[in-house]
Write a protein of this length. Structure first.
Length: 396
C-alpha cells in the first residue's frame, strides 16, 4: 500500500497562481511542508486555509512543485498513459502522424500537454525523451509502455536523453541510454527536406523542431537572394533557403561539429550544390568582417537568458546582435530574428529589436511576428510555455 503524499502548505496570499491553474509552485511561496518528500515524489498542495490546490512532483529548488493534476486524486499508471495518448491524438489530428513529407514532430511539450517537466520528440520511429524533473524521470517506464501501445510496430526505439536536463541538485547520476530497442542516427523528412539526426551527440534532442514553419516561411522569401544563416547549427534554415531558390547561402556557427553536419545535410539534399558555403567561426566576428551584400540574414542564437537574474544582460545581447545585422543587411533586405529564451517576453524581445533598429538610424518595419508551431502547444495558464519569439523585419 503506497504511503500518503506529503503536504505542501502555501503562505497567505500565495495561492492565486495555482487557483488560476498555473502549474508551478515556487519555493518562496511555501509556508511549510508536512512530511519529508523525496525529490520526485508526488505531494499535495494546499493553502493556509486547508483548501486543496493541486498534486505535483516535488523537487528542491526554485520551482519546488510542478503540478500535474488539479483534482484531488493521486495519478496512477492509467492517468499517465492517458496524457501521452492525448498528446499523440493532438498530433494525429494535425496530420503529423500520417505525413510522408514530415516524419519528425514534437510528441509531448511539457506544460503545453499537461505533462510538466517532460519532452518527447518523434524521429521517424524513434522517440527521444528528456525529463526536466526527477518526478517524470522516475516514471519513464510507464511512458515507454504507453509509446509501445500507441505506435505498435512503428516504434523502433525510445532513447532517454535526460542526463543534462535533470535538475543539477538531483542525486540521480546517469548516462543517456535506450529504454527500448536500438537505433542508429536517422534521416528524417521535414516538408520534403532530408535531415540527418544524431540524438546522442546533437543539441536538445537532436534537431530544433520548433522552427519548422519559420524555416518554410524563409524558403518563400529566398528566391534569387543571398542568404546568411547565423548560429546555423546543422543548417535547417540553409536547406530551406536552397529549396526556395536562393542564389547563394552562407551558414555560420561556432561549432565545427555543427558545421560538419550542415555540410552533410546540404549534400543529402543537394549533392551537386555549388552555392552553399559554411564557416565555423564566432558570429559577432563574422558579422564585423563581412560585406554588406546579404539580402536575408537569419539570427537564431541559443538562449541568451535561462534565468531572470540575467535578463538585462540578455536583452542587451539581443540588441547588440540585431543592431549589427540591421547595419549590415542590404537596402530592402529582410532579417529573420528569434529568441528562444523562456524568460524573455515577446514584448521585451520586440523592444530589444526596436532599440537595435533605432541605434542604426535605418528604417525598419515588421512583416511577421512568429512563434512556435502547433506541435509545441502553449498552455494558456502557463505563458512561459510560449518560449519561441520571432520577427521578420524589412530594413530599408
Amino acid at each position: 500500500m503506497s504511503k500518503e503524499p506529503a503536504t505542501v502548505i502555501l503562505k497567505s496570499g500565495k495561492d492565486q497562481s495555482p487557483k488560476r491553474y498555473h502549474p508551478w509552485i515556487f519555493s518562496g511561496a511555501i509556508k511549510k511542508i508536512k512530511g519529508s518528500p523525496a525529490e520526485g515524489e508526488l505531494v499535495r498542495v494546499i493553502n493556509n486555509k486547508d483548501e486543496f490546490l493541486g498534486i505535483g512532483h516535488y523537487q528542491p529548488g526554485s520551482i519546488a512543485v510542478r503540478i500535474v493534476r488539479f483534482e484531488d486524486i493521486i495519478p496512477d499508471e492509467a492517468f499517465w498513459k492517458k496524457r501521452i495518448q492525448d498528446a499523440f491524438h493532438l498530433r494525429a489530428s494535425l496530420g503529423f502522424t500520417s505525413s510522408s513529407e514530415t516524419t519528425v514532430y514534437r510528441l509531448v511539450h511539457a506544460e503545453g500537454d499537461l505533462l510538466p517537466g517532460l519532452i518527447m520528440d518523434y524521429y521517424n520511429g524513434i522517440v527521444v525523451m528528456q525529463a526536466h524533473s526527477v518526478g517524470m524521470y522516475l516514471i519513464k517506464e510507464i511512458f515507454v509502455e504507453a509509446l509501445k501501445e500507441i505506435y505498435g510496430d512503428q516504434l523502433i526505439a525510445v532513447f532517454d536523453k535526460s542526463s543534462n536536463t535533470l535538475p543539477h541538485k538531483s542525486d540521480i547520476k546517469k548516462e543517456n541510454e535506450f529504454l527500448f530497442g536500438k537505433a542508429e542516427p536517422q534521416i528524417v523528412k521535414e516538408y520534403g527536406n532530408s535531415f540527418y539526426i544524431d540524438w546522442e551527440k546533437g543539441q536538445k534532442t537532436g534537431f530544433f523542431i520548433d522552427q519548422r514553419e519559420n524555416r518554410k516561411l524563409l524558403g518563400e522569401f529566398s528566391r534569387d537572394k543571398k542568404v546568411l544563416n547565423m548560429f546555423g547549427y546543422t543548417g535547417g534554415f540553409s536547406i530551406y533557403a536552397l529549396q526556395g531558390g536562393a542564389k547563394e547561402v552562407v551558414t555560420v556557427d561556432s561549432s565545427k561539429t555543427a558545421i560538419d553536419q550542415t555540410i552533410q545535410n546540404v549534400l543529402l539534399n543537394y549533392p551537386k550544390n555549388v552555392n552553399h558555403t559554411s564557416f565555423a567561426v564566432d558570429a559577432f566576428k563574422y558579422m564585423d568582417d563581412m560585406e554588406s551584400d546579404f539580402d536575408i540574414i537569419i539570427l537564431d542564437p541559443p538562449a541568451f537568458a535561462k534565468h531572470h537574474n540575467v535578463l538585462p544582460n540578455a536583452l542587451q545581447g539581443y540588441k547588440r546582435l540585431n543592431a549589427k545585422a540591421i547595419e549590415k543587411v542590404k537596402k530592402n533586405g529582410v532579417l529573420f530574428t528569434y529568441s528562444c529564451s523562456q524568460v524573455v517576453s515577446k514584448e521585451n524581445f520586440k523592444k530589444s529589436v526596436f532599440a537595435a533598429a533605432a541605434s542604426t538610424g535605418r528604417n525598419v518595419r515588421i512583416l511577421y511576428q512568429l512563434s512556435q508551431p502547433a506541435d509545441h502547444p502553449v498552455n494558456i495558464y502557463h505563458p512561459e510555455s510560449e518560449y519561441l519569439k520571432g520577427l521578420v523585419i524589412q530594413v530599408f
